[in-house]
Design a protein. Structure first.
Length: 275
């Protein structure tokens, strides 16, 4: 089966300060020919990182650049390595071109409808490669213009997903690839902000340590600091269909997220001055 899409692979806004916010899992577009192969539940794209653009609506005021996926992670997962290697060997994960939902139900109506290697390559060329090319290009531009750069990979997930973790997930899950993707000083500062953000809970490098994007682009020794934030969706929205944004609920957590990003900018801009 051939893959075709008429939608651009991303939306991008260039900012004025040394911060790029990446949102690789907010896309909901599934080309009609592919959607016809999916189950009724999968066509609702339930595993989307819903409403993050709205939650991060302060990004422009901060001067951040923003890179936003357009296609659903069911088409291709932009936070997976291009070869599909597991990010968490030995643990249950979804793949580069997923074939199941977070609740372990099949994505496709029939096994024969799943993508073969040729179709996966087409999806990678059409969507994955352009997104990552833009991400790399913008980080290079930011570092060249400012002397340092920060990458914030924004995610959200249901607070209870037994397939991936036991019990209820902490609200603010910071990941720095076990300290490899950003300065430990910055990471600890961000954790402190999260710990002070009552009534929310926070953890550093817990179940979510940062996906491919954080691990691939975080190079603190080169002045590029990458952090992933995986938030529980109950902190700002309905976790079940119809997945509505809840402004009154979101108003509680949004200032804490903004405080984290302000801390990232302060750290990176100070580092750039020292350099």
């Amino acid at each position: 089966m051939n893959f075709q899409t008429t939608e651009p692979p991303f939306r991008f806004r260039q900012g004025t300060r040394p911060l790029l916010i990446s949102m690789p899992h907010v896309g909901t577009h599934v080309p009609p020919a592919l959607a016809s192969r999916l189950t009724d539940e999968a066509r609702r794209v339930p595993d989307t990182d819903w409403h993050l653009e709205r939650l991060y609506d302060f990004a422009d005021a901060l001067g951040a650049s923003v890179l936003v996926a357009t296609h659903s992670r069911f088409v291709i997962d932009l936070n997976r390595p291009p070869d599909g290697a597991s990010l968490y060997p030995g643990q249950s994960v979804t793949g580069l071109c997923p074939v199941d939902l977070f609740d372990d139900q099949p994505l496709y109506r029939e096994p024969a409808e799943q993508p073969d290697e040729a179709e996966i390559a087409q999806r990678r060329e059409a969507i994955w490669q352009p997104y990552h090319a833009q991400l790399a290009r913008e980080l290079t531009r930011i570092r060249s213009a400012h002397g340092a750069a920060a990458l914030w990979d924004a995610h959200s997930i249901r607070s209870v997903v037994p397939r991936f973790f036991e019990g209820t997930l902490p609200d603010l899950n910071l990941g720095t690839a076990n300290g490899a993707s950003c300065s430990p000083v910055l990471a600890e500062h961000l954790l402190a902000i999260g710990k002070q953000a009552a009534p929310y809970t926070a953890v550093l490098n817990g179940r979510f340590k940062g996906g491919h994007i954080t691990r691939q682009y975080g190079r603190p020794e080169q002045g590029i600091h990458a952090v992933q934030l995986e938030m529980t969706q109950c902190t700002y929205m309905q976790e079940q269909w119809p997945f509505d944004y809840l402004p009154e609920v979101a108003a509680g957590v949004q200032p804490h997220v903004r405080r984290m990003l302000e801390a990232v900018l302060a750290f990176v801009e100070a580092a750039a001055v020292k350099a």
